[in-house]
Design a protein around this ligand. Sequence first.
Ligand code: FAD
Ligand code: SIN
Length: 526
Amino acid sequence: MIETDFLVIGSGIAGLTFSLKVSNHGKVMIITKKEKAESNTNYAQGGIAAVMSPLDSFDSHIQDTLISGDGLCKREVVEEIIKTAPIRVKELIELGVQFSKSEDGKDYDLGKEGGHTHRRVLHATDFTGREIEQALLTAVSNNKNIEIHENFIAIDLATENGQCIGCYVLNKEDSEVVEICAKITVLATGGIGKVYLFTSNPDIASGDGVAMAYRAGASIANMEFVQFHPTCLYHPYAKSFLISEALRGEGAILLDNSGNRFMEKYHELKELAPRDIVARAIDNELKKSGDDCVFLDLSFKDSDFIRKRFPNIYKTCLSFGIDMTKQPIPVIPAAHYACGGVKTTTSGETDIKNLYAIGEVACTGLHGANRLASNSLLEALVCAHNAANKCIEQIKKGIGFCEVISWIPNSTVDSDEMVVVSFNWEEVRRLMWNYVGIVRTDKRLLRAKRRIKNLQEEIAQFYRDFKINSDLIELRNIADVAEIIINSALLRKESRGLHYTLDYPEKSNEPSDTLIRIRARNNQKK
Ligand code: FAD
Ligand code: SIN
């Protein structure tokens, strides 16, 4: 049994920022299920939104966020996060993050993305996430109060009398389960993209935090709002590669297979309309034409500019034989971001005592029904700071350790049926793509619900019969997250933001959050 003051699950921007901020107040243990840099954060391209120019204003950033959120953002949350953004971003800069500067090197080169009425996106060319992740990891590695364990995958939260007391974790290197007792446990586990067949997210994004919190009895909010990024690279060998919205911010246009621009039919802001509108427009064009993809064209811009501003996208496209300085890039929408998540305050408090959730795993009310581009890194940064302050207060008041009951394995038999596990992975992801995608109907949602229930029964059987491993842990999680998304979508009898259903195409006059909560399942093996 391991004891730590702060157990942080996840090493993206949220988990690392939190860890650094609490590190003077106790022992911090970060666990992360692969190599430490492997996170959604590491792949962020466009940047981080904050008001940094005298030409911009908080009011404008707030307004853009509210419009994008389509009536479901919590205004006080939006105001709080946006008004503290510049302070938190300056801390990142002090930590060593080098954002791109203008030609004369005096000001930051601010990018533009869909739904933003001003240039306000700080970026490090199109490697923004990697720049932030590396700066945070360097600071963590120089901090003697923080331990980081790679290849440790959290299985389930340990709870007692309605409070979180730690976590069960599989050490992937020796396949042993360890019990970690923590005064405070922080979910910073990121997104859910892998629940869908096509996604911009890396493999780590299997919704583990949402699934664990759900099984522990926490409230989960607004999971029907899955954001589909309009432009991911379409190529048989390109897995999960995003073509940043910043291209459209620099003037890139969307074309159909015959070279016709189509966004003007859908929104006055054309390619820079909010993301839900652009993704739906592409989906509609593809359904009408039967084509496999549409095209994003920036080739009319100066090629030196393209290579300098988008070195990552340029090189990756070129490796697939696409020269974006000369030709349009084939693109399709793909699952990108969870606007919903574990319901929290802006300080990461969940409705389970001593359990916090920050970053993409959380639902604070900032994004409403559709996140404004580049507001996600921002939310993670601000809420990690706030959560750290809240947890320091809690620790100072005094929290004791509670013993986590030992894990008793259900079986010691290694599964000889891993192939079935991968079939089930594929089935969940395909049915979510086909039935719970950009355009929904009750009939398709109900069909998905029945299939997920069957799959969950099979997965539970695997859990009982075989020795636990990371594929099985993630499979159970994507199935649980799929169930939550489907149930949330069935509860919303309207079309709003990212949730569009042919059965209820109008918006309701009284929008509200969807909340999903179960009585905690008994996760502790006795
Ligand atoms: P992550 O950075 O995803 O970190 C999650 C961590 O949790 C990882 O270390 C993971 O290994 C770990 N983990 C997960 N489950 C477990 C488990 N069971 N046990 C142990 N560890 C676990 N947002 C913006 O604002 N601007 C952008 O430009 C932008 N571009 C993006 C581009 C791409 C390609 C993608 C995928 C996302 C982008 N986003 C962007 C979204 C943004 O990157 C994420 O929302 C944000 O980085 C999430 O940070 P996080 O710390 O919450 O989670
Ligand atoms: C992008 O660069 O298009 C992603 C930005 C985001 O998801 O906020």
